[in-house]
Every structure is written in C-alpha cells, then in structure tokens.
Design a protein around this ligand. Structure first.
Ligand SMILES: *[C@@H]1O[C@H](CO)[C@@H](O)[C@H](O)[C@H]1NC(C)=O
Ligand SMILES: *[C@@H]1O[C@H](CO)[C@@H](O)[C@H](O)[C@H]1NC(C)=O
Ligand SMILES: *[C@@H]1O[C@H](CO)[C@@H](O)[C@H](O)[C@H]1NC(C)=O
Length: 273
C-alpha cells in the first residue's frame, strides 16, 4: 500500500512538471524522438487519425492500443513507419502477434516477422509458412551475440499466420517480434531487427480506415481500434499479469487531473512560460 501512495505522489509531481515544461513549438521531442507531422503533442486530438496512435508519457513515447501502451523506439518520417520495441523474449502465455498490433493499419514495406523458441511440436496446418531457423540464438542471448546454434522457428511474414494463431499450438514457450530491416531473400540474421514496424501512411484508395472496425469480423487490430475509438484506448503500459489496483489508479488519475485544472485556474502556467 505505501508503494502505491508513493507512486501516486510521483505521478502527481510528474504531471505538474511535464505540464509546466511543455512549450508550444511546431517541432517537439518526446525524449529523443522527434514528433512532427502527422503527429502532434500540442494538439493530441488533431485532424490526423494517426494522432491517436501515440502518447508521450514522462518523455517516453508509446504506441496506443486497446490493450495498453507499447514503447516506441523510433519513428522514421521518410518510410512513414514507427518501431515498437521488443528487446526481450516474451512468454507465449501472453502472445501479442505483430498482426494483432497492426491489423487494419497499412502494412509496412518490410514485413513483420516472429521467431518462436523452444517449440516441442512440429505439427501445424500452417507449417509451410514456418521455417526452421538456426540464425538466432536462444532467447536468453541478444540477437547480436550469436554463438552456436539453438533451434527456433521463424515466420517471415506474420500476417500470413493470421491473428488467431497461438504459439502454444506448436508448444513454443517463448517468442520475439522482429522485422526485416531490408528486403533481401538471404536468411541473414543481420537483416533482422528486434521490434515491430507499424506504418502510418494512409493510402489514397482507402476512404476511411475505420470502416473495418464497424464490421463484425473486420480487419481491426488493437492499434486501429484505439485510433478509431479513442475511448477504448488503454493508456497504461502493457504488462501482462501485472495489474494496478483499479480504484487506486482512478483516484490517482482524478487527483492529477484536479490538480492540473487547479493549476490552470491559478494561472500557474502563464507564470512558468
Ligand atoms: C528511414 O527509411 C528510409 C526509407 O526506407 C531509409 O532509407 C532510412 O535509412 C531510414 N532511416 C533510419 C534512420 O532508419
Ligand atoms: C523450454 O521448454 C521446457 C518444457 O517444454 C521448459 O521446461 C523450459 O524452461 C523451456 N526453456 C526456456 C528457455 O523457456
Ligand atoms: C525442422 O527441423 C526438424 C528436425 O531437424 C524437422 O523434423 C522439421 O520437419 C523441420 N521443420 C521445418 C518446418 O522445416
């Protein structure tokens, strides 16, 4: 309990600090990541639907979804894509497919892939899409430090598997989301980076990307759901299995909001800026 109180105080303090530091400039940064068109931190409810896609919280940038917040490691404004980091392996118990994150959002130029580790079954209807890989080391070791060979399964384009695929079907205990950093048919480990690429380029031929979220079985993933229905965004860092006491969380947010409103009233902002 005292931990939660401290956390609440800290959140209050951070709310105050970040809100008083924010300066309205056309180009801003969230931590080290440049934020510019189509995103805006000043006008988070701005005209571009993709503006609901990101959230800057205590100088850390996140991809917003209806499941929670996923950390963004970089944005490339040339290729119009952002990268969700996935530095460590995750347990298959809480499998989040790249397809689930990106469904309905235009596909990035390079496909998102998945590597499964420690699989004990090799029988699956979609086995043709899955290849043996010895290019990646075991889960415990980072992709950079390759030594020896431990087996893993690679799915080059995760969209082929569909959103319903579950690595437990192959009895894999762990997985990692990766993407190809350049198009090259060589199965070169160097061609892969850790994380998931999400595109933010709206193709001209799609009049309204949110139409998919209206259909009962539409191609609407957790990212698009949040873009189209911002009230369904869950603005809490995604961490499976760990849940904050909901009442405390609500109280804490209310307290922060009240404080923020009070400081607006007191003209604290004009004083600081
Ligand atoms: C951004 O994307 C472009 C086009 O795909 C690529 O040439 C460039 O190297 C990327 N920039 C970074 C920093 O990755
Ligand atoms: C691999 O799977 C076995 C059982 O299937 C499990 O006991 C072991 O902890 C797993 N290893 C890793 C690194 O997850
Ligand atoms: C992977 O390798 C194992 C054993 O070496 C083999 O039994 C299996 O069929 C291979 N799977 C694929 C998808 O090639």
């Amino acid at each position: 309990m005292p931990m939660e109180k401290n956390f609440c105080l800290l959140q209050l303090l951070l709310t105050l600090i970040t809100s008083s530091i924010a300066q309205p400039t056309p180009e801003t940064f969230c931590g080290k990541i440049k934020i510019s068109d189509p995103f805006s931190l000043q006008n988070p409810r701005g005209s571009s639907p993709f503006n609901h896609m990101i959230l800057c919280k205590h100088q850390r940038l996140f991809f917003r979804t209806s499941l929670g917040l996923f950390p963004i490691s970089s944005i490339n404004y040339t290729s119009k894509s952002l990268t969700i980091s996935h530095p460590t392996c995750s347990s298959s118990i809480h499998f989040i497919s790249p397809s689930l994150l990106s469904a309905g959002i235009p596909t990035p130029k390079e496909p998102n892939s998945i590597i499964f580790f420690n699989c004990s079954s090799v029988k699956h209807p979609k086995l043709s899409l899955i290849s043996n890989c010895t290019l990646f080391d075991s889960c415990a070791v980072s992709l950079g430090a390759f030594e020896g060979s431990s087996s893993c399964l690679l799915v080059k384009d995760s969209t082929d598997l569909g959103r319903e695929f579950d690595p437990k079907e192959l009895s894999c205990t762990q997985y990692r989301r990766v993407y190809r950093s350049y198009s090259d048919d060589k199965d070169d480990k160097e061609g892969y980076e850790m994380g998931t690429r999400i595109s933010f380029e709206i193709p001209d031929h799609i009049p309204n990307i949110c139409n998919e979220c209206q259909k009962p079985n539409g191609n609407c993933g957790v990212g698009l759901r949040c873009i189209c229905h911002p009230n369904e965004c869950r603005d809490k860092v995604f961490s499976p299995g760990i849940s904050q006491n909901p009442i405390n969380a609500v109280l804490c947010s209310l307290l922060s909001i009240t404080f923020l409103m009070m400081s607006y009233k007191e003209g604290l902002f004009t004083m600081v800026t």
